[in-house]
Design a protein around this ligand. Sequence first.
Ligand code: AMP
Ligand code: MG
Length: 401
Amino acid sequence: MTPLEVAQDAILHALKPLPTESVALDEACGRITACDIHAPTDLPSFDSSAFDGYAVRADDTISASQESPATLDLLGSIMAGDAPDLVVTPGCGARIFTGAVLPAGADAIVMQEDARIDAQARLVVTEPVTPWEGVRLAGGDVRRGATLIGAGERIKPTHIGLLAAAGIASLQVHRRPRLTFLSTGDELTEPGIALAPGRIYDSNRPLLHALASREGIPVWHSKRIPDQIELVMAALHEAMRDAEVIITTGGVSVGEADFVKPAISALGGSVEVWRLAMKPGKPFAWGRLQNTCWFGLPGNPVSAFVSWWLLVRPALRHLMGMKKPFGRRLLSRLAEPATNPGDRRHFLRVHLDDQGLTHISGSQASHIQHGLAGANALLDLPPGADWPAGREVFVESLDLD
Ligand code: AMP
Ligand code: MG
């Protein structure tokens, strides 16, 4: 049996990130940047007022107080969006609003609350200001040329805001892989149709479609196939013509109806990894079929999920150019004991609560979907582990909420 990390490494090494394409900013959220994106200008690009008030020269207000205010000539008014041509000379000030350009000569903003206009329409300042007080400095957020987002990062909504602020309307991202999903099994029925005796609903395909969509990848093609090698071969043959990644579920174990590996081989493909030293997910297989790469996930829904999470998801992220394709680990504490009497590492489905405590999420058999749906993390439990409640553990966040 192959260790998980050996399989992960082999897969990532074999796959090259897909070519890049340009997308409009509105379409870019969730995509992976193909190169560093630099600020074309300083952000903000000019000195401006942080609030509604008066633009002044700080020097003119040094000795201002309630009892002996500084009185200045009022030159005019500057609104956000104006390009002011007035110059604040000694003894003068100008009305200014939030976000408006700081006029030449001024170096501070007096808050509206610390000033008034007298009967002679002069500006009366009752609090001193220091130089650059109330001024949003050009480049105070980002300097021209600084990296706004690095290559290989997933673009978040907050990046979209930052890129828009810098005036960027489109950017280069990696193309998304064309995915084909094939679920195998004579027992499978489409949800919505009445079940014949002995049959079950195909839950893996909808689960995997939803997981792919969470990665920002549309489903290219998807199909359910009975356990007949000719039909499995026909579906794989069709998929390998236009898909880049084929994901099958079921039929990769050692049962008599497990036709997927033989079908891959019969079509000239290679099975490069089969059977991992982990639970669930042991029957996982990975290989090549002409120019496509094939992931054979076990049929049990929990096994399919865990092998998606630990192997397929990082591979798809890597294909899309993501620099850090693996999940995040969080430090927590066991709320209850965790034991692994077996000889394979066990990825327990767990729930990390708001206090940072990790609870085991339901029965850990690989057909238990309710416990999986209640989980928000995976706990990597080594063989032989007998961990007491209260022990500090790292869990891998499932980020699906
Ligand atoms: P297999 O790997 O094909 O031997 O399947 C292992 C178990 O997973 C069996 O109990 C199957 O009925 C079940 N299973 C296989 N495919 C699916 C699927 N698409 N949805 C739900 N359960 C499945
Ligand atoms: Mg099967």
